[in-house]
Ligand binder design. Structure first.
Ligand code: GCU
Length: 626
């Protein structure tokens, strides 16, 4: 489908709108920093590394003793931590000192860096001192955060830049004219407390890792710069590439060069008065992107003195009745679910590309061609590596379990996270599915909330499929017939559901007698199944938590779901054991959910080989069907 310029502007203005509204400020104004930005690959000054920190459980650095926020006072007290104050006279009473404070590494969660912070849920102040990088007088400057979990109050040289809500999506602030040549003080209050109205809500089955968990960087752009672009293969028959570029600071008439050197594409576009230009051209000789051939083309966009490069895969993803089609050919998703955690070395949140590479490498060893990145947008390295390694991606927002469907601020928060996820990864060929929710209880308010979200997702990106992990139940007149019936199924392109026959629902043998009734003329995907096993614990196949129990559960479940009409794949729960505050069985769980087919150190369990063999057969069947 062609993205007209108006459509594109609608999309980008929608993006601006949705990114600008945080959970606590539903005001209509749009702080400048809320607009989208393409940060990956820009020359930048990294602010990663050692940051000074102050653990502040009572938020003593944020509220005065009357519990009034310091940052809403005309002249904040020197005891407001964001002023980064120092004694001027020996009698000055200042009850904090960043220079003498402890440190944490950024990016990284605090829980696995300091034993005293393992369970900590509260506020930690972070400070980074830095000199402003050289910039032309006409340059504009931005500070970019890959993600901060969960709420970030951001201050530069004592002045508040803004508040960001949401633990897994990027955000940035324009700091043009706000930097000093030397000794800038960037201070962030990071608060990972859970809230009933938040997204996710109070209860999750994953560790609440707090901190500046992804990169922080500062970059300069010229006065007129490339704010955003979208590029995709939009017609398989005509091999047409369509897209648009959005300049910021344009007056109209500016020239934009677009190059795909390997395809001999060299276009000069002209920005309209809004700074936007769209394009469409044929690439008859292009090699399509697929898991088997993850071909990426270098794309170069330049305008004036600004230049951006990216690597783009060209593919289409569509459905036809119960079939999933990649580049017009039937696709079977040999998947696995993945949390963004790598704890083999005692760590927690994935904080470096090499950890992401390891996790995706484990998936490739499985003969997987698909990863369900649960239950929140993963870091950008994960998605870009999937582009390179040939792994299709399901990306989701943490609308998980019992969200507060009635709260407008909760909806705005979910929508902002959805928009930020789509904005960041809209050019990644590997991403084929945006997922709206996981195991959410059916109700009218939940249906309305998700219908709004689905509409928004389609407005932001109608080149990908929508899905959501729904739940099953049994026919009232026959306990051996499982059904998936959910109003959400009418809103999505692929009917996905989690089911735990053999674990939470009977024993593995139950899978031998259950059949499925799923009456949507759409592809059917099993987004979770599984059971726990402590790696190295062996015993009788009926002994729970043994590798033999899990292995048998995989055999029985795969046999059952492979018979489902319209079955297009699965992403069993889960690649590797992961930390969860809900998994407290000493000697077996020890704070870990053990449903991994790998241990958290990367040791394969017996179930790994059952799934690997199943996927090997599926890959051969797909190849023979071509
Ligand atoms: C649910 C949920 C997962 C959870 C899993 C489990 O399906 O989606 O987040 O970890 O079950 O209970 O292990």
């Amino acid at each position: 489908m062609k993205l007209s310029v108006t459509r594109w502007l609608q999309v980008s203005s929608l993006l601006v709108l949705s990114l600008g509204i945080s959970q606590f400020s539903l005001a209509a104004e749009l702080p400048l920093q809320a607009q989208s930005i393409q940060a990956y690959g820009r020359d930048a000054t990294s602010l990663n590394g050692e940051w000074k920190i102050i653990v502040d459980p009572y938020e003593n650095g944020y509220y005065n003793y009357r519990y009034e926020p310091f940052d809403q006072q005309e002249n904040p007290s020197v005891n407001a931590f964001f002023t980064d104050s120092k004694q001027k006279t020996p009698s000055d009473l200042i009850e904090y000192d960043f220079d003498k404070a402890d440190t944490l590494q950024v990016p990284g969660d605090w829980n696995t860096q300091k034993e005293k912070l393992y369970y900590y849920e509260g506020s930690v102040w972070y400070r980074k001192k830095f000199d402003a990088p050289a910039a032309k007088k006409t340059d504009r400057q931005f500070i970019y955060f890959g993600a901060v979990n969960y709420r970030a109050d951001v201050y530069l040289n004592g002045k508040k830049l803004g508040v960001h809500i949401g633990g897994f999506t990027p955000f940035h602030y324009e700091v043009t004219g706000k930097l000093k040549p030397k000794d800038n003080s960037l201070i962030i209050k990071v608060d990972n407390k859970r809230h009933a109205d938040a997204v996710p809500t109070l209860n999750t089955d994953w560790w609440n890792y707090g901190g500046i968990t992804r990169e922080v960087k500062l970059f300069n752009v010229p006065r007129t710069f490339i704010r955003d672009y979208k590029i995709a293969l939009t017609s398989l028959e005509q091999k047409t590439v369509t897209g648009a570029v959005l300049l910021d600071g344009a007056k109209g008439g500016e020239k934009i060069q677009l190059r795909l050197p390997e395809l001999n594409i060299k276009q000069t576009l002209t920005a309209d008065k809004n700074g936007s230009a769209s394009f469409s051209f044929a690439v008859p000789d292009a090699q399509l992107w697929s898991p088997e051939t993850p071909k990426l083309y270098s794309v170069q966009i330049s305008s004036g003195s600004d230049k951006l490069t990216d690597n783009i895969g060209l593919r289409t993803i569509t459905t036809q009745g119960k079939q999933l089609l990649l580049n017009g050919k039937p696709l079977f998703l040999r998947g696995i679910s993945v949390h963004e955690e790598y704890s083999a070395d005692g760590g927690g949140r994935v904080s470096h590309a090499k950890e992401a590479q390891t996790l995706l490498g484990w998936a490739k060893e499985l003969n997987a061609n698909f990863v369900r990145l649960a239950h929140y947008p993963h870091n950008e390295d994960m998605v870009r590596l999937a582009d390179q390694m040939g792994l299709l991606v399901w990306s989701e927002i943490p609308v998980y379990w019992t969200i507060n469907w009635k709260n407008e601020a909760t909806y705005q928060n979910a929508e902002a996270q959805l928009a930020a996820m789509i904005e960041r990864d809209k050019n990644r060929a590997a991403v084929i599915i945006w997922s709206l929710a996981n195991e959410t209880p059916v109700s009218d308010v939940r249906n309305q909330f998700l219908a709004r979200l689905a509409k928004k997702a389609r407005a932001l990106d109608n080149t990908r499929l929508l899905s959501a992990a729904m739940e099953k139940h049994y026919r009232s007149d026959n306990p051996n017939i499982a059904v998936v019936e959910d109003p959400l199924a009418d809103l999505v392109d692929m009917v996905s559901f989690n089911q735990y026959i053999g674990w939470y629902d009977g024993l593995p043998e139950k899978a031998d007698r259950v059949t499925w009734e799923i009456s949507y003329n759409k592809p059917v995907f099993v987004s979770e199944f599984g059971g726990s096993a402590k790696q190295g614990l062996h015993g009788d196949v009926n002994q729970i938590f043994t590798e033999e129990f899990q292995e048998n559960l995989y055999r029985k479940t795969l046999g059952m779901i492979d018979k489902i009409d319209g079955f297009v794949g699965t992403s069993p729960w889960i690649l590797a054991d992961f930390r969860s505050p809900r998994r407290l069985l000493d000697g077996i769980q020890d704070d870990y959910n053990r449903k991994g087919i790998y241990s958290n150190e990367g040791v394969k369990k017996k179930s790994f080989f059952v799934l690997q063999e199943f996927y090997k057969r599926k890959a051969e069947q797909s190849k023979n069907a071509e």
